[in-house]
Design a protein around this ligand. Structure first.
Ligand code: DGT
Ligand code: CA
Ligand code: CA
Length: 570
């Protein structure tokens, strides 16, 4: 069994209970557990030999028991019981945001609707409209929702990178048992926010052994093809396709370059090579029969007169010309990242204590972290009263004295209320090192004006997730970003690159736009459990796709410089 498999089961269980309109708290608990398991850094099966599963923050007795059952018997009886009468098509429809489980249930019970095609049919032939509570307006809205979903990346069967990330991690750690240098390629390596499939490349002289081992891994649902240099499988998790290539070391660079793409980037490279009398293939760069490059990517680029181009820039956006003229910008690197500036603790709706977060962050090599729990009016996410916030500040002071090697910043994710005021008074904001202003309520109500007003507050440093979109679920706020960027420039406000898996907000395109206003950016994982801290890489990935330098990203500043900036000093 794998963590990913188990995570999916809990998510489907939540879907089943939602369909049956059961207790929302229970449903939420399963969803939360699913995400914790998904992001958990150790194999659960191994972990529970050493420690009780309830030692994992956010995993209670009930869930632990089910995990144990799965490890021991390969199934969860509660899951089998709750899902046995629900057709598969219902789960597919449950993926469409805002379609409404209640509606789906009624359509299923009264009209036998058990697939999206069926649902569309009963909407069109008028039979759905005959059911109680199904007015023309509602059906119209449902049609819009379905259309929006079907034209979205998710509807087109692409996957959110933050969902694929832990899957890839788990596969690679298993593959490393038989081979070396297993490297993801394709859109994932370019850090695109959604990926169509997973492309992996490994070095080995014994290709057959590697592909043979790969197709037998416990993740695999079915094998599409297998040979001595490549294999394609479909995973149990979300039905994602994985293409694995195995090459010898002397072709690794060429192959990595080829399978990283993008296609448009590669086509242009080939044209350039041709002019120089060279030919690029997945095995190397050739002049006639003579191989002139192949073992490293750098060599491949150099052989056709180009500087090395980082994967995140390979989108045919002008990078090739710059590489030819040796004028590529030096974009921020993963190693430049010093700390996460947006984390939730147990004080609000996170799973861990600040001490646990600090220790993990330190072990990950971070120099600092900012604990930014929700403010008081966000009651559904355990927002902190002023008293709690001050108590939290004191705890952070103590932790900073006790744990060396990492600094914890006192922060808050302060809500911008519907009248544009902030959720805490200035006298409270003043006690904090870092203030992130955010909108969590009233997405259609004067969002631009509220943002502008909030930015005028001298204690606000950062604007959180400025568009409010969720990749798999919603479009985001009605907001005029140009106005927001302009004001941010005037007021010295930093914009967030929120790297929570479903947000990725700002995205690469908007970061580019914001960059043209000469703004600074802050990367925050918005982690609600310790496993989510690893998604800082997605934030840096966005920064790299937008060609930011390390000067543009405040997480690359050493602590004294960062603190000075946050205090508004030059
Ligand atoms: P995806 O999977 O849709 O998110 O996007 P990619 O870029 O990962 O595309 P994929 O998986 O079809 O192929 C991986 C890489 O392999 C792609 O970025 C470039 C290379 N590649 C695939 N097909 C072709 C092709 O027909 N010509 C060239 N030059 N390269 C290709
Ligand atoms: Ca791909
Ligand atoms: Ca592929």
């Amino acid at each position: 069994m794998t963590n990913q498999e188990l995570a999916e089961i809990f998510n489907l269980l939540a879907d089943a209970l939602e369909f049956k309109a059961e207790n929302p708290f229970k449903i939420q608990a399963y969803r939360k557990a699913s995400r914790i398991i998904k992001d958990f850094s150790f194999d659960l099966k191994e972990f529970c030999k050493e420690k009780p599963l309830t030692a994992i923050p956010g995993i209670g007795e009930g869930i632990a028991k089910k995990i144990k059952e799965y490890i021991e018997t390969g199934k969860i009886s509660k899951f089998d019981e709750e899902t046995k009468d629900i057709p598969k098509g219902i789960f597919e429809m449950m993926k469409i945001p805002y379609l409404g489980p209640k509606t789906l249930k009624r359509a299923y019970e009264k009209l036998g609707v058990d697939s999206l095609d069926q649902l569309k049919k009963v909407m069109d032939d008028g039979s759905l409209a005959l059911l109680q509570g199904m007015g023309a307006k509602k059906i119209e809205r449902m049609k819009e929702t379905i259309q929006l979903f079907e034209t979205s990346e998710i509807g087109k069967k692409r996957f959110v990178i933050g969902d694929v990330y832990p899957v890839i991690e788990e596969i690679i750690s298993r593959l490393n048992e038989v081979t070396r240098n297993v490297t993801p390629c394709g859109s994932y390596r370019r850090m695109k926010e959604t990926v169509g499939d997973i492309d992996l490349l490994a070095i080995s002289d014994k290709g057959e052994e590697v592909t043979g081992f790969f197709i037998k891994l416990p993740f695999v649902r079915n094998v599409i093809s297998v040979g001595s240099t490549k294999a394609t499988v479909i995973l149990k998790t979300h039905g994602i396709q994985v293409d694995l290539r195995v090459v010898k070391a002397d072709s690794f660079g060429a192959c990595l370059q080829y399978f990283t793409g993008s296609k448009a980037h590669n086509i242009k490279l080939r044209t350039i090579a041709k002019v120089k009398g060279l030919k690029i293939s997945e095995y190397g760069v050739f002049r006639g029969k003579k191989k002139v490059a192949g073992s490293t990517e750098k060599e491949v680029y150099k052989s056709i007169g180009l500087d090395y181009i980082p994967p995140e820039m390979r989108e045919d956006n002008g990078e090739i010309k710059l590489a030819m003229e040796h004028r590529l910008p030096r974009i921020v690197e993963y190693k430049d990242f010093l700390g996460d500036l947006h984390i939730h603790s147990k004080y609000s709706d996170g799973a861990e204590s600040i001490v646990e977060l600090a220790k993990t962050a330190k072990a990950m090599g971070f120099k600092y972290i900012a604990i930014c729990d929700h403010s008081k009016s966000v009651t559904y996410a355990g927002g902190l009263t002023e008293d709690m916030l001050l108590k939290k500040n004191e705890e952070i002071d103590t932790i900073n004295e006790e744990i060396k090697g990492i600094s914890v910043l006192k922060g808050a994710e302060v809500d911008i209320l519907s009248n544009g005021e902030l959720d805490y008074k200035d006298s409270i904001l003043e006690t904090l090192d870092i203030v992130i202003a955010a909108i969590h309520q009233g997405f259609r109500k004067n969002v631009t004006e509220r943002f502008l007003q909030a930015m005028e507050n001298p204690f606000v440093n950062i604007l959180a997730h400025p568009t409010g979109r969720l990749i798999s679920k919603r479009k985001g706020y009605d907001v005029n970003l140009e106005k927001v960027f302009e004001k941010a420039k005037d007021e010295g406000i930093i914009l967030e690159i929120n790297s929570y898996f479903d947000r990725l907000d700002l995205d690469d395109t908007n970061v580019r736009r914001a960059k043209s206003f000469n703004l600074l950016f802050s990367i925050g994982t918005d982690a609600h459990n310790v496993g989510m801290l690893k998604y800082w890489r997605l934030g840096v990935g966005i920064a790299r796709r937008a060609w930011l330098t390390k000067e543009n990203v405040i997480n690359c500043y050493p602590l004294p410089k960062l603190k000075k900036l946050l205090r508004g000093e030059k």
